[in-house]
Design a protein around this ligand. Sequence first.
Ligand code: KG4
Ligand code: ZN
Length: 357
Amino acid sequence: MTSASDIGLTVLGIETSCDETAVAIVRQRDGDKPELLANEVLSQIDDHAPYGGVVPEIAARSHLVHLDGLVTRALHKADLTFKDLNGIAATAGPGLIGGVIVGLMTAKAIALVHNLPFIGVNHLEGHALTTRLTNQTPFPYLLLLVSGGHCQLLHVKALGDYVRLGSTIDDAVGEAYDKTAKMMGLAYPGGPALEAIAKKGDTSRFDLPRPLLNRKDCDFSFSGLKTAVRKHVLELAHQGELDNQDKADIAASFQAAVADVLDNRVTRAMQWTKSELGDHPQLVVAGGVAANQALRARLTETCRANGFTLEVPPVGLCTDNGAMIAWAGLEHLAAGHTSPMDLEPRARWPLDKSTTR
Ligand code: KG4
Ligand code: ZN
């Protein structure tokens, strides 16, 4: 097996699975820390905001319009040409299929024209490995993956060896943030907007449920919480328009409930895995919701209480980006893995092979 530290590798990564068109270039050489040479992210938020959520067709068309330009810009920023690259990686799924096709086909075309290895990356694996790029987190670790489409706890044993401990049985946590924010008329995407107003709110004004708390597994559920919020919003609306303090109190109460649920589920997963995680057990939190400072603070406490250390990517690399795809591609390339040119895009692609939920 060739190791990245022996030869030095430079990989360009493309991410187009949702509403960010992103291209990045990472390099690792001679046992040095990995370097992020370029990280271009074009958010489509303005295109989707009028609809209150991502419109798949608009997303795919926008990726198509902007992707080539972003590839050129990333190479320019890194002061490289295609000849300096050792591989091209792209998200092959899971995600909105139109967007995934745009990124995957672009990566395959570049790889063919420039005779470079091509690596199709699982988007979730990109999130799962990001702190190995930014913090050099060693395997193994416990992973809480919290994004707009996913909410899972995984035991990350090694590259490509992921055991799912639990996942949401209904909504993802980011989805719950987005839907709760939408109910209150907050700007899309809802997560950051809800976090901002929660700072001025009273966490105890609304008594919201903590779904699945203390259940003897590591699964999550957020739809009951969302429904409870809707009930309060409708009751308040019945009495007149929601004022800013009402919204702040709902946001703070919602966020406190989410924090309690995450703390409880993560604590259980820690009990399940601690003996297999070595002398310095680590919890990695990744995905868009990992950008949330209140949840980070709470999970810092969870880690302290259970003898774990918390590893999180910088805020800018929690939400979707090309760096995580370039890095996952580089890790696979270093391990001798490449993908065939007929690799198919996938709307669904569980990280662990064992189940399909
Ligand atoms: O990882 P990501 O960019 O895309 C997916 O793979 O889904 O995550 C996007 C999700 C959205 O639901 C967004 O509202 C949420 O992450 N998010 C946040 C915050 N920033 C982004 N949720 C809570 N607090 C935040 N600060
Ligand atoms: Zn994501």
